[in-house]
Unconditional design. Sequence first.
Length: 408
Amino acid sequence: MPTTKINFSDHRLLKLTHDGSKKRLYFYDSGQAALALCITPTGTKSFQLQTWDKARGRSVAKTIGKYPAMSINTARELVRDMLVDINKGEDVIGIARKKREEECLDDVFKRWLDDYSKQHKKSWKHDETRYYKYISKPFGKKRVSDLDRDSVRQWFLNLTKIVIRPGEKVSKTTANRIFALLRTIFNHELPDIPNPCKGIKTYQEYSRDRFLQPSELKQFFSALESEDTPGYFRNYVLLSLLTGARKSNILAMKWADIDFDRKTWTIPGDEIKNKSTLTVPLVEEAMEILLTRKASRDSIFVFPSPGTCKSKTGHYVEPQDCWERLVERSGLKDIHIHDLRRTMGSFQTMGGASLTIVGKSLGHKSTQATQVYARLDLDPVRASMEKAVEMMMTTKKIPDKRITTIYK
């Protein structure tokens, strides 16, 4: 079948077949200059740009898409645009080659994770998990220049439709964090190309103020002390509540940082969010847990990885399923592990502690309060924590009907 010029239409192109030779056959569109259809001996059909580059004195042949996956109208539009670029003196072949050599987003993320996130962020594992769970599948294999604002905006809006588990979808706050990760990767690793996240409005966030109310603590303690709660996990949760410390600090707690004589736990500055060393008073209930664990310690960590399931860090990694089962047994709603930290601060406030005392015990830092914190000793902090713990533990014994009136 000889090469020829025809007016491309689906009726004609679908009927075209190869003649059985070993050569490729070419048909040219009479409706758009430089647009050709190539048919290989195997019968594959694809659109090509075929023209002459005057600026470089050479012919240009570039495959732009397979037919019928690419429509005739799309092929004509692409060829028309490329002819304009060629007439402007642009090297469309060189641009295409550069694009083929361009990194895909997965490659960029791996570089950012190794060179930046792992070096500067304690939460790098969260970055890694979020990327491969929510970003890699839609964008990971794409060249970075292929990501545009419209596709990123639609992906962002669809995040909150993803089901995490039965009855629960990705929250707006989590969607914002996932989106921020993609934006950060572009800002940090690809500053010379337009960031497709720019101009996309994220969800409004509200500061979470959830903590365990006095009426809820009795239910919580009951579920925590149940035989269904693993002892290892129970100790971890109790220390989180009794110290008001962040989850990451409790999990990485080391025996070397605990002073059993002074009853204090010193968290090094490089493990603290605000980079300032924090000394936490240990109330008697916390000391009892630590002394019991110390008797059988076999690791530098208070909570080493249990059994044969060793973590990369060597210390315990909070099992989300244990927390979810605990919350389910308690019958409470919308409780996060971080709410235990907020519970300590709230009960200190109920007990009459000043905001300065609460800030000191929880390791909060602000420009205005820094000098006050530096002068503050641990005695009033310990006293307020002991009073808060006493109030929390009292809820176990008070009848349900009286708790609300006592803690008004």
